[in-house]
Design a protein around this ligand. Structure first.
Ligand code: HEC
Length: 159
């Protein structure tokens, strides 16, 4: 009996490791809390853009590929990607805030988490591609990363 419990626990832990991190939607309780939530998520996306910018410029041939920047920024984008579900999980719909988030964002949050995870996976792929040093693959990997921004914005961000 004890053995079974341990086995169950072990397989449960293994399962938890393979699932993307999940956050529960929480409603902002006051206007101030809602405003802070908007400020924080916009700050996160500002940092995300700042790290994506040079990568996009490299893929477009506007600046030369710099593997040190690619390495650093793709790692940061993985880490920022890890924070997205947390910073988007505060439902601010009840308050009149200056936000570009669409109301549907909090209706099926598991979809949002999936899209945030896609960004992480694409950023990790770029790190892996840079580690191989195969320059012919950089453009494609950056393009895939950029398309994860668009995929989420198309559904959840007002233009
Ligand atoms: C999982 C969804 C999701 C992903 C992935 C995502 N975004 Fe966003 N982004 C949003 C939402 C929602 C907003 C609107 C936030 C608000 O105004 O409350 C936003 C806002 C922004 C903003 C405006 C911030 C501001 O100050 O108002 C920028 C810039 C941005 N995103 C860049 C990016 C880039 C670059 C990527 C990809 C590397 C990306 N985003 C990936 C959902 C996403």
């Amino acid at each position: 009996m004890k053995k079974w419990n341990q086995l169950l626990l072990a397989s449960f832990s293994a399962l938890m490791l393979t699932l993307p991190a999940t956050a529960h939607v929480v409603e902002a309780q006051s206007e101030k809390e809602a405003e802070n939530a908007v400020k924080n998520r916009q700050a996160l996306f500002t940092l995300i853009r700042d790290n994506m910018g040079p990568l996009g410029a490299m893929a477009k041939g506007k600046i030369p590929y710099d593997t040190q920047i690619m390495e650093a920024n793709s790692l940061r984008l993985q880490q920022f990607g890890d924070m997205i579900h947390h910073y988007l999980s505060v439902d601010t719909r009840k308050f009149d805030v200056q936000s570009d988030a669409k109301a549907v964002l909090w209706e099926d949050f598991s979809e949002v988490e999936k899209k945030a995870n896609d960004l992480k996976v694409a950023a990790k792929n770029l790190s892996d591609v840079v580690a191989t040093g195969d320059e012919s693959q950089y453009r494609k990997a950056i393009g895939q990363l950029g398309s994860t921004c668009k995929a989420c914005h198309d559904d959840y961000k007002k233009d």
